[in-house]
Design a protein around this ligand. Structure first.
Ligand SMILES: C[S@@+](CC[C@H](N)C(=O)[O-])C[C@H]1O[C@@H](n2cnc3c(N)ncnc32)[C@H](O)[C@@H]1O
Length: 397
C-alpha cells in the first residue's frame, strides 16, 4: 500500500469510487453522480500543504482516497478540517480506510489541523465503528436531517483532536494526562527559573547539538520516567549529561545507558577528532562517568544489544533517545521489546530540510510507527526533534 498526494490523473479513479458510493446512498448525501468538471473544481479546493487529498494505491491501482477540507469558512475554525474517506468496492475489508485515517492523524498537526471531524449517517455503523476505533468520538447528532429517497436519516458529527486530548480520549492513562503538551510546555517554562536551566545551557554550548528545551525535556523525562534510559548516538555527551542529571535529581537508581561508536566529526562548534575519547573525557569533567553505562559500538551490532540487555537486566526502558544515523526503524525494531508501555521517546532529525537524507528517512520511519499506533506523538514544538511515547499495544490499531 502506498499513500501519496492526489494528482489530476487520479480524477477518473476518484470519480468512479465516489460515484459508486453515490449509487449505494449509504455513505454520501450526494444523490447525483459527480461530473468530471465538478471533480476538477473539487481537486482545486484541496491544497497539498493545507487541506490534502491523498490516494492509497495497491499494486498501482487507486484503492481509496481521503480528502480534508475546511470545516467552516469562519476564521475561528481554521484549525478544524472535515474529512471524507472512500474505498473502491474491490478493495474493501483490506484496511484501506483505516490506513488513510491513520496517515491523516499522524500528519494533521503538520498541516495546522488540530481537530478533525467527519459527517456520517447514523445508520452507517461500519464507518462509525472504524472512526471510533481510531479515537474519534460522537460530538454531535442532527436527528432526521437528511432525506434519502423516502427515508429520513440522522447525521452524526464524529470528531477527534490532533493530537488527542484527554477529554475526548477517556482511555488515556493518568500519567499521560499529566504529561500532555501543555503541561510539558508549562514544565519547561518553570525550569527556566531553576538552576538546571543555566547548567544545561552550559552543557549544550560545549557538548550538544540539541535544542536547550530538548535537553530540558530529557532531564525532565529521565527524572520522572519509570525504567532505565537508553541513548543511541551519544556523540560527545550533551544529552547523556542531561539524562544523568535528571536521574540524579530523581534520587532513584535508574541507569543511563549510552551507545556511541566513536569516530570524527567536523563541526564549527562541536567538532571532534575522537568522539569516543571526548565523550569519556567530558563525562569525567562533569563528574558524571560513574552514573553512565557507556557502550562503544553500533546499536544494531548483536554484541552491543547483548551488552544493553545485560545492563538493563529485568528492567525496561522508560526513556529512549535516538539521535544517530536516521535508521529509526532499525533501532526501534531491535530495542522495542525492552521499551516499557508509555516510555518516552525522543527522536532527533524529524524536522529539517526535506532534501536532507537523514531527515527524510527519520520522518518516514517515525510516521509509519505513528500510523501503526506504536508511537504516539505529543505534538509539534519546532525543535527538529520528535517527542512522544511508545505503546506496547497500539491504541489505534
Ligand atoms: C548527531 S550526533 C548525536 C548528538 C547528541 N545527541 C547531542 O546531544 O549532541 C549522532 C551520533 O550518533 C552516532 N551514531 C551513528 N550511528 C550510530 C549507531 N548505529 N549506534 C549508535 N550511535 C550511532 C554518531 O557516531 C554520532 O556521534
Amino acid at each position: 500500500m502506498m499513500i501519496r498526494d492526489a494528482v489530476e490523473g487520479d480524477l477518473p479513479a476518484i470519480i468512479d469510487i465516489y460515484n459508486a458510493a453515490v449509487a449505494t446512498s449509504t455513505a454520501t448525501a450526494q444523490l447525483e453522480p459527480v461530473t468530471p468538471a465538478e471533480a476538477r473544481d473539487w481537486l482545486k479546493d484541496h491544497s497539498p500543504d493545507r487541506f490534502p487529498l491523498w490516494v492509497l494505491e495497491i499494486d498501482g491501482q487507486i484503492a481509496g482516497y481521503l480528502g480534508c477540507k475546511p470545516f467552516l469558512p469562519r476564521c475561528a475554525y481554521r484549525g478544524t478540517a472535515e474529512l471524507s474517506v472512500y474505498v473502491d468496492e474491490r478493495f474493501r475489508r483490506r484496511g484501506v480506510a483505516k490506513r488513510l485515517l491513520q496517515h491523516t492523524l499522524a500528519r494533521a498537526p503538520l498541516f495546522g489541523i488540530n481537530a478533525l471531524v467527519g459527517l456520517i449517517f447514523g445508520d452507517n455503523e461500519p464507518s462509525l465503528r472504524l472512526f471510533e476505533q481510531l479515537g474519534f468520538r460522537r460530538w454531535g447528532l442532527f436527528p432526521r436531517i437528511a432525506r434519502v429517497e423516502a427515508a429520513e436519516r440522522d447525521l452524526i458529527v464524529i470528531g477527534r483532536h490532533c493530537p488527542a486530548r484527554t477529554d475526548s480520549q477517556p482511555e488515556v492513562d493518568s500519567d499521560s494526562a499529566r504529561s500532555g503538551p501543555f503541561e510539558l510546555m508549562q514544565t519547561l517554562i518553570e525550569y527556566r527559573q531553576q538552576p538546571i536551566h543555566g547548567q544545561l545551557e552550559k552543557i549544550r554550548a560545549k557538548y550538544s547539538m540539541l535544542h536547550l528545551d530538548v535537553l530540558l525535556l530529557i532531564y525532565h523525562f529521565a527524572k520522572n520516567c519509570a525504567g532505565h534510559i537508553l541513548e543511541i548516538g551519544a556523540f560527545v555527551g550533551g544529552a547523556t549529561m542531561a539524562a544523568t542529571l535528571g536521574v540524579r535529581a530523581s534520587g532513584k537508581s535508574k541507569k543511563v545507558i549510552a551507545i556511541e561508536p566513536g569516530g570524527t566529526l567536523k563541526h564549527s562548534r562541536l567538532g571532534s577528532r575522537d568522539i569516543w575519547r571526548d565523550f569519556q573525557r567530558n563525562l569525567r569533567k562533569q563528574r558524571l562517568s560513574e552514573f553512565v553505562t557507556s557502550i562503544k559500538g553500533q546499536s544494531f551490532d548483536p554484541g552491543i544489544l547483548a551488552t544493553v540487555q545485560e545492563a538493563l537486566g529485568p528492567e525496561q526502558i522508560g526513556l529512549l533517545i535516538v539521535d544517530a544515523d536516521g535508521a529509526v526503524k532499525r533501532h526501534l525494531d531491535i530495542y522495542k521489546e525492552k521499551l516499557a508501555d508509555a516510555a518516552w521517546v525522543l527522536i532527533d532529525d524529524y524536522f529539517g530540510p526535506q532534501e536532507n537524507i537523514k531527515v527524510s528517512a527519520t520522518r518516514k520511519d517515525v510516521d509509519n510507527f505513528v500510523a501503526s499506533g506504536r508511537l504516539e506523538p505529543l505534538g509539534f514544538y519546532g525543535w527538529g526533534t520528535w517527542v512522544g511515547r511508545w505503546r506496547v499495544k497500539p491504541r489505534i490499531a
